[in-house]
Structure formats: structure tokens, C-alpha cells
Design a protein around this ligand. Structure first.
Ligand SMILES: *[C@@H]1O[C@H](CO)[C@@H](O)[C@H](O)[C@H]1NC(C)=O
Ligand SMILES: *[C@@H]1O[C@H](CO)[C@@H](O)[C@H](O)[C@H]1NC(C)=O
Ligand SMILES: *[C@@H]1O[C@H](CO)[C@@H](O)[C@H](O)[C@H]1NC(C)=O
Ligand SMILES: *[C@@H]1O[C@H](CO)[C@@H](O)[C@H](O)[C@H]1NC(C)=O
Length: 480
């Protein structure tokens, strides 16, 4: 019974699971860099720590006992050795260890012995602190990354103390007694503090959005599609990576195909983007109805001898100036179908099928429909990164133009096809390539930017590998 239930559950999870269209991998090199940056942060945080008061009593034998309180304990110096952080497949998470941490503290002491009060200050050093924490990474029901503490162990090796002021000579002999007690108090405090930090991190993760509006037209959905995958040398996250029209939120008629992001241990991180992500954006814009525009004569550059009027168009469509003499024209250009991207090794291909509806603009403003054309064009392009920018170039591979409908009788489209092809080749493509050559700046998050980025178009996806650089507060970059 149980095995068959398991099989059904597995099948269900297979059929319902979706392939991630975006994959993100953090390598050992990336983890090492992150840890290095994190250690500075921990060091700063430790120096802000205020410890809770410690109180108790010291037995003075026949004289009874003295009540004491150690308070205002603050860290004055902290010597944090480089921690070790590693991928920990056993827990689907990370294991962090710090060994031989030492901390110097100062504080005040006060004692009560019957009605006698005394007090002063003290210095304390805590040596050989070892902390090991294991966290598990997971995914919540909304597809957010989650982090939970699996285990934490802390050990304090030794404590040294020096009392100053008051009748501190009475206390100095009891340092042995304090040492053990304070050592174990501090030891008992470490793991709850570590776990508190993990809970706070988890709260930050829970507050993160997994869906973003890119602009008023489309949104991007980025929940995890499955549990994080942890190996001994990497962490990989699979994200949905699907665009939707904000207005319609329609699911496209195609699905994300699986792909394998190659391991690139020489880089800190890798990102794989399936052609599905681009095509879902294309579908989102298409279903939102924004892939259309109207062209009139005023938009044609003045140096262009061909004008958008019935006289000028008479060269291509002889009956037009006879039927509608001396009128300006307008063209409504719209996507006839969803523009489709396809990634092939080293090439990005794009197919666009556009409809063009031509109108004559009557003297009274009425637009009289003339004919409808279908333009089929195929482009291919290259993309690369340089100077922290994503750049590209594009060329047209094929172009056909045909008449779909006409209100003015049939005409040959061969000359018109040449005219439009020339326009695209001589004006459209050069203008586009000028923009692509300038490129767009690679995305940058607050204080982290990508460096040494390489990009490779593979079959079905594009893979980007990169190192990162943290910009420090002083604005100086600090590279590994
Ligand atoms: C998450 O999205 C909501 C609504 O779109 C927005 O108000 C909020 O600021 C976002 N939170 C973050 C952390 O981006
Ligand atoms: C139409 O274009 C021709 C140039 O081909 C120009 O001489 C003429 O003035 C234009 N007519 C209108 C109505 O704009
Ligand atoms: C505008 O002019 C055209 C052609 O002269 C005519 O057919 C049409 O009825 C007119 N439309 C209006 C609203 O006057
Ligand atoms: C352009 O496309 C047409 C129709 O799809 C095809 O017959 C023709 O061979 C293509 N031309 C080139 C240069 O690829």
C-alpha cells in the first residue's frame, strides 16, 4: 500500500512541478568571498554587543557569603579568526564554524555583604571560543527561500579576569570561581544569540517579494520552483522566471524546458536564463496589447524621398493616387503573433510577424482603410559582455512581405517588399546596432556589482558566469 502511495505522490510532484526558467548557482569561490565579507560584518556586530548582567554569591566560609553583580559588560576588542563556511549537503544547508575567537570585555562589579556595599571595574578576556552552526535552506509554500537552524554548538575555552577599585583584593582570589561561572554563562548565551540572528534572517527572507512589477505592463514572477540543491561545492536555486501581463495574467501556450547550467567553479556565481523567460515577456507584452504603433508621414525622416502619401506610394501601387489623389497616409503596425526568441549555440534568433494596415487620411480626418500587409522577418544576433555592460549586434536573416487583404484591388508587392527591406536594412538595423553596441549596464544591487562577467548562448538558454565586487562604504572597491 505505502509504496504505491509513494509512487503516486512522486508522479504527482513530477507532473505538477515546473522547470525553473532561471537558475542561480553560488560556487565555493563565491561562498568564500561572501564569508570573507560576512566576517567583517560579524566582527563589527560583536563589538556592539552588550552582555546581560551576571549575579550570584561567593561563599566566604565562616563569614557567610557575599552577593555580587557584574554589569555594563561591553566588548572592547574582538579578534575574529577567519570563519569557515561550507556547503553542507547532509542538511541541505550551510555549516559555519568559528574557532579560537577571543573577546576582551570591560564592566563594573558591585558587592553587598550585609550592609557593606563596594564596587569597581573589571577587565575580562574570553579565549578559545568555538562556535559551529548548521542551517538548513528550504522553500516556503510561496516559493521564498527559508533558513532554519539545525544545530549549534558553542564552547568557551578559558576566561581571564582582573578586578579594579574598591576592595578588589578581596575578590582577586575568587577569580577562579568567577571564571568558570562566567565562562559557562557566556557559553550558554552564544547559541541562543546565533539562533536569534537566524530567526531574524528568516524574517527578512519572509518579507521578500517573489513577484515584481517591471513596469505598468508586465510583472516578473520569481518564486523558487523546488528546494535549493546543495552539493559539496555549490548551491543552486531554481526560479520560475516567468513574465505576465499585469492586466490579463494569461499563461502562455508554451512551457519552460529543462536545462543544465554548466558548473563554473572559477567564477563566484552563474546564472542561467531560459529562452522561456524572454518568450513569456514577449507573450506578456503581446497579450497586454501594447505591441502596436501608428506611423504617419511626420515620423519619416525629412531626407527620405519616399513619403507616406498616396502620390508617393503611387510608384508601388499604381491605382492608389487615382482612387485617392493627394492624401496623406497612416500605417497601423501591430504584432500579428507573439515574437519568438530562440537560443542556439552563440546565436539568439528572433522571429517577428507583423501586420501593417494602411489608411488614407481624408480631408475631414476620416481614415479610409486601403490594404493590409503581413511582414515576416527573422533576425539573428550575438550578445556579449564588456566594460560591465551587456552588448549585442543584430542582423536580418530573412524578410517577406505579402498582401493579406485589400480594399483597392490587388497589386504586386515585390517593389514594396524591396522598399521596406531597404528601410529596415539601411535605417532600422544600423540604428538598433548603434544602441546595442553601447549596451546596457549589468544589473547592480545596492553595494554589489558584477565583474569578470562572461556570457555564452547555449541551446535553449544563456549562461552567465561572474565574480562580484562589494563596494565598501568608503567607495573603494575591494576585490578578491
Ligand atoms: C513587495 O510588494 C509590495 C506590493 O507590490 C510592495 O508594497 C512592497 O514594498 C514590496 N516589498 C519589498 C521588500 O520590495
Ligand atoms: C507626397 O509626397 C511627394 C513626394 O514624393 C510630395 O512632393 C508631395 O507634396 C506629398 N503630398 C502630400 C499631400 O503631402
Ligand atoms: C469624410 O470624407 C469622405 C470622403 O470625402 C466621406 O466619404 C466621408 O463620409 C466623410 N466623413 C465624415 C464623417 O464627414
Ligand atoms: C526566407 O523565407 C522564405 C519563406 O519562409 C524561404 O522560402 C526562403 O528560402 C528564405 N530565405 C532565406 C535567405 O533564408
Amino acid at each position: 500500500m505505502l509504496p504505491s502511495v509513494l509512487v503516486v505522490l512522486m508522479l504527482l510532484s513530477c507532473t505538477r512541478g515546473e522547470n525553473p526558467a532561471i537558475q542561480f548557482t553560488l560556487t565555493d569561490k563565491g561562498l568564500y568571498y561572501a564569508k570573507h565579507k560576512g566576517a567583517d560584518w560579524i566582527q563589527e556586530k560583536l563589538e556592539d554587543v552588550t552582555l546581560p548582567d551576571v549575579s550570584g554569591e561567593v561563599s566566604m566560609g565562616l563569614l557567610g557569603s557575599i552577593d555580587y553583580t557584574l554589569s555594563d559588560m561591553t566588548v572592547t576588542k574582538c579578534d575574529l579568526p577567519e570563519p569557515s563556511v561550507e556547503f553542507y549537503p547532509d542538511a541541505t544547508g550551510l555549516k559555519t564554524s568559528i574557532s579560537d575567537l577571543s573577546v576582551a570585555l570591560t564592566g563594573s562589579w558591585s558587592t553587598h555583604y550585609h550592609s557593606i556595599h563596594d564596587g569597581g571595574s573589571f577587565d575580562m578576556a574570553v579565549f578559545q571560543v568555538d562556535v559551529t552552526s548548521v542551517v538548513k535552506l528550504g522553500k516556503d509554500s510561496d516559493g521564498r527561500l527559508s533558513v532554519t537552524s539545525v544545530s549549534c554548538d558553542a564552547e568557551v575555552g578559558d576566561v581571564a579576569m582582573q578586578f579594579h577599585g574598591g576592595a578588589s583584593w578581596i575578590f582577586q582570589p575568587f577569580v577562579k570561581h568567577f571564571k568558570g561561572r562566567i565562562g559557562s554563562k557566556i557559553q550558554a548565551q552564544i547559541c541562543p544569540s546565533v539562533e536569534e540572528e537566524i530567526v531574524q534572517l528568516e524574517q527578512h527572507l519572509q518579507a521578500m517579494n517573489v513577484s515584481f512589477d517591471l513596469n505598468p505592463v508586465v510583472m516578473l514572477d520569481l518564486p523558487l520552483t523546488g528546494l535549493p540543491v546543495i552539493t559539496a561545492s555549490s548551491l543552486t536555486l531554481g526560479l520560475k522566471g516567468e513574465f505576465y501581463s499585469i492586466r490579463t495574467h494569461t499563461e502562455p501556450p508554451f512551457k519552460a524546458q529543462p536545462f543544465t547550467l554548466p558548473e563554473q567553479q572559477d567564477y563566484m556565481l552563474s546564472l542561467g536564463l531560459s529562452e522561456f523567460t524572454l518568450n513569456s515577456a514577449s507573450f506578456g507584452y503581446y497579450t497586454a496589447g501594447v505591441l502596436q504603433t501608428t506611423i504617419d508621414d511626420s515620423m519619416i525622416p525629412s531626407y527620405c524621398p519616399v513619403r507616406l502619401n498616396t502620390t508617393s506610394m503611387g510608384h508601388y501601387i499604381p491605382q492608389l493616387p487615382k482612387m485617392f489623389p493627394g492624401l496623406l497616409m497612416s500605417l497601423k503596425v501591430y504584432a500579428q503573433d507573439v515574437p519568438a526568441f530562440s537560443f542556439q549555440p552563440d546565436v539568439v534568433r528572433l522571429g517577428v510577424q507583423a501586420g501593417v494596415k494602411a489608411f488614407a487620411i481624408q480631408k475631414n480626418g476620416t481614415q479610409t482603410p486601403l490594404f493590409t500587409l503581413i511582414l515576416d522577418s527573422k533576425f539573428s544576433g550575438k550578445v556579449w559582455t564588456s566594460d560591465a555592460r551587456l552588448k549585442g549586434s543584430v542582423k536580418m536573416d530573412n524578410f517577406t512581405l505579402r498582401l493579406k487583404a485589400t480594399e483597392i484591388g490587388s497589386f504586386s508587392t515585390a517593389d514594396l517588399e524591396n522598399l521596406v527591406l531597404n528601410g529596415i536594412q539601411k535605417v532600422g538595423i544600423p540604428v538598433l546596432n548603434e544602441k546595442l553596441a553601447k549596451g546596457v549596464i549589468l544589473p547592480r544591487m545596492k553595494q554589489v556589482q558584477l565583474v569578470n562577467t562572461v556570457l555564452k548562448v547555449e541551446k535553449g538558454f544563456v549562461a552567465m558566469s561572474s565574480d562580484t565586487e562589494v563596494l565598501t562604504d568608503r567607495g573603494v572597491t575591494d576585490k578578491l
